[in-house]
Design a protein around this ligand. Structure first.
Ligand code: ATP
Ligand code: MG
Length: 417
């Protein structure tokens, strides 16, 4: 059987107890009487040598002090006690409550009114200060609550985003790893079967070479994919550091075009460089990677024999703008921003093709990471001639060190790509 504890009923306490505010109130009344008494005791023996105004001011001082520290009620008590002492000890005839001179009635009345008014004023000033303090404490509390709620919410949002990112990554990785792996597996199995002594058919040299070529291309593709992922992860983790040095813009462009030679062999490259381009303080390797990515896209998504134009000019405000324009299939306007998202591929570009052999949807997001780490911007527009695509980016010339994550200018560590 369970027992239920019985609470003793609340009995009224026999001893009188005061709350802290009541205690300070009582102290105030005592202090009011004691203060007036002290002033009276000190001034009474020298009454002959001082005039009644001095006495009134000294008593008033006590009233003000009491009002400021304890409040209105204590100040009224001090005023009344002060008035009585003023009358009894200082206004002739002394040691009586009678007043001979009518002027002294006026003085006494003036003292009482002044004391009560001044007491009231300082007490309400004190109350206002207290209210302001309560308001301040309340605002601080609300602010802290708001901050805590905001932190909780953004933490949840961060978790949600990272979950979304994880599943998007998994989808993309599964697809992009499986396709080349399947090709490699099929090629290797065929080659193995063929080298089996009991095999009843034999591939000619050309057939063998073709399969080996597939393996070669697909392993390259896998390698590129892993490199892209690692580069992107590094940019996103803020571990992407720049090795900034002063570089001529045309040299950086030339290095990128040299790298893209095999992809652009069937296109017509046009260079439009403004005169007197300034040097820029950038990570030359990383910026060349951006230009290479854009030129590679231009070549990949436009037919052979069309023009790819690379232009560079100075912008007001110490920026250089580089644009890569092609005459290809173009990207619908509503997707001009989305192409910078990772793994994003424009459906109309790829059609039903499960993926261009080297199309991962990572190039532009990596390029954006690099450009933004330099303190610049990157965007896509339609080609100026009305067809094709133009991708432009800006980079600061580089007098000022940009701040913020990823802008570890001058640190000697790896850059992506
Ligand atoms: P990779 O990671 O190998 O570069 P990708 O080229 O598909 O793959 P991004 O460079 O990021 O990836 O480009 C994203 C998508 O934007 C492309 O798949 C393509 O659909 C579209 N795109 C990019 N550049 C152009 C262009 N110049 N013309 C037409 N479409 C383009
Ligand atoms: Mg690309």
């Amino acid at each position: 059987m369970s027992t239920v504890p019985v609470q003793p009923p609340d009995l009224p306490s026999t001893s009188i107890s005061f709350s802290p505010s009541q205690k300070t109130g009582v102290v105030g009344y005592v202090a009011a009487i004691a203060g007036i008494a002290l002033v009276t005791v000190v001034l009474e023996p020298i009454r002959e040598h001082i005039n009644s105004t001095t006495v009134a001011l000294a008593l008033l001082l006590v009233v003000l002090f009491v009002a400021t520290v304890w409040g209105m009620r204590q100040a009224v008590l001090a005023s009344v006690v002060g008035m009585l002492c003023f009358n009894f000890f200082f206004l002739p005839p002394v040691r009586t409550f009678t007043i001979a001179d009518p002027d002294n009635w006026v003085a006494l009345g003036a003292f009482l009114v002044t004391a009560v008014t001044a007491g009231h004023l300082s007490a309400s000033a004190r109350q206002r200060a207290e209210e302001a303090e309560i308001g301040r404490v309340e605002i601080e509390r609300l602010y802290r609550e708001l901050q805590a709620a905001f932190e909780r919410e953004s933490h949840l949002e961060a978790i949600r985003q990272s979950e979304q990112l994880k599943s998007a990554l998994l989808d993309a990785v599964t697809h992009d790893l499986r396709t080349p792996l399947t090709s490699i597996k099929v090629s290797v199995t065929t080659l193995l079967d063929e080298t089996d002594p009991g095999a009843d058919f034999a591939l000619d040299r050309e057939g063998q070479h073709e399969l080996l070529q597939i393996i070669d291309e697909e392993t390259d593709r896998l390698n590129r994919f892993i490199e892209g992922l690692v580069g992107l992860a590094r940019i996103e983790a803020g571990k992407f550091s720049l090795r900034r040095t002063w570089n001529a813009v045309d040299e950086v462009i030339a290095a990128a075009l040299h790298r893209a030679e095999s992809q652009t062999r069937r296109h017509r490259i046009i260079l439009e460089l403004a005169e007197e381009l300034p040097s820029v303080r950038v990570d030359a390797h990383a910026i060349a990677e951006v230009i290479y990515t854009l030129v590679e896209n231009a070549a990949k998504y436009s037919p052979p024999e069309t023009v790819i134009a690379i232009s560079a000019k100075t912008l007001p405000g110490e920026f250089v703008q580089i644009s890569i324009e092609d005459q290809g299939i173009g990207v619908p306007v509503e997707e001009h921003e989305k192409v910078f998202e990772k793994f994003y591929r424009v459906a109309s570009t790829h059609g039903t093709d499960p993926g261009h052999p080297t199309s991962l949807g990572l190039g532009l997001s990596i390029a954006q990471g690099i450009v933004e780490a330099h303190g610049g911007k990157i965007w896509m527009t339609a080609g100026y001639s009305g067809k094709g695509t133009c991708v432009s980016f800006t980079i600061p010339i580089g007098d000022d060190e940009p701040e913020g994550p990823g802008h570890n200018a001058g640190t000697e560590t790896d850059s992506a790509g």
